[in-house]
Design a binder for this molecule. Sequence first.
Ligand SMILES: *Cc1c(COP(=O)(O)O)cnc(C)c1O
Length: 497
Amino acid sequence: MRYLSTRDRSLRYTAAEAIKQGLSRDGGLFLPEEFPSIEPEQLKAMETMSYQQRAVEVMRLFLEDYSEEELQAFAEAAYGSDKYDDPAVAPVHTLDAATHCLELWHGPTSAFKDMALQMLPHLLSASLKKTGEEKTACILVATSGDTGKAALEGFKDVDQTKIIVFYPKDGVSEIQKLQMVTQEGKNVNVCSVLGNFDDAQTGVKRIFSNEDIRATLNGRGYFLSSANSINWGRVLPQIVYYVSVYCDLARDGKLKAGEALNICVPTGNFGNILSAYYAKCMGVPVGRLICASNKNDVLTEFLRTGVYDRNRHFYTTMSPSMDILISSNLERLLYALSDGNDAEVCSYMEQLNTVGRYQVSDSIFSRVRELFWAGSCGEEETLATIYRYYEDPDKRYLIDPHTAVAANVLEQYRAETGDNAPAVFASTASPYKFCNHVLRAIGAPYQGSGMELIARLQEITGVQAPWRLAKLGEKGIRFTGSTEKQDMEMVVLNLLK
Ligand SMILES: *Cc1c(COP(=O)(O)O)cnc(C)c1O
């Protein structure tokens, strides 16, 4: 199977090349030329498999240049019990006969980014060998929180890679900062930037486009690479858990044979919900795809009107991983719904770049309406939803603000459409990653240090904190470096000697 670009369908790359390059040279995103299908018998057979086996079954359909043994080894390493605190890896929590929650945060950093970032480094490292690349890949990341730590954990001690993470000094939570500066591993580095997230991201982009730095690093045996969510190696591992949740629910008799499952996803960059769409394309009986936004509702508006308009106010919310104006992975959906019309995709992306707005064709929009439903959930409703899920004696379920947005939008969907078919909503972070908001929502005091808040939430609710977060205070601090935003180039050059 070959890979092409959303902006040039005549390209033909192997999976290894697509994963190594990350982004196509024409600015487009890589996609397999066709989506393999999973037959009902195959899906049935997967019901008795472990998550790791299911990952191999799904990923091998897309990665013909990787052997089954390789994929098996990667799945064991990525989703083993030393990494995931639940043997199911992505367990399902059932709330009532038709409502389920897919917990995607049992990995090492307690956020759903682990599901992909535990796998991507193995795929990348293998793709370097397959393409005869002898240089070391240096992953540069600017993070507003979750991605940096998940990338550090994923790339830690992976062959032929190094990783440098820049975070804004005052732009991440205390827990997120502690998670990063205590990071273990021989090939990792973390540095704070005196500025905000935009400054850190601008600095990283500047380094990527600096030909002198690239040439210097090349001479030293390095090339720069990125781990952001547009890499196909991040989208693919996410398809697995949507196949997996269907298998679990069918196996446990919570879905009848072939019965459709609605899926609701708290969405930012559109990577997670896109993976659910791909699972549907492959033949998993998925009903409606429900896209949940917070107060930053650019996607809700797009899916309801066909107009994408980034010219709007940017809100900082309590679900920061969904605070976004440009949703990069949407480009892959536009490619699919235009039946692979690369010129049309180019034109939308060009308009987004120049005027910040585009309107899709009637034919794309009518397909969007068939497949998706969208809603947004404000800050007060987010708090109220956390409270209700926790206090309701039939639920007693503690969720984080991102998950609460999805839970709330699923309720909106059911109330507006009357469609009460079985549904699952994705839980993308442990409530312990956002203790202050969760404590506030359940009416408890929410001032204090990060470690105090973890202890308090555990004491009040009796819900066990992920052990890595609970023990964070005992870990030694390894990285205290900090830089002015204009000196990030120097940091990189000094670290890659
Ligand atoms: C990244 C993230 C999201 C958004 O996922 P996308 O794939 O970007 O849509 C939602 N919740 C959490 C906790 C995240 O870290």
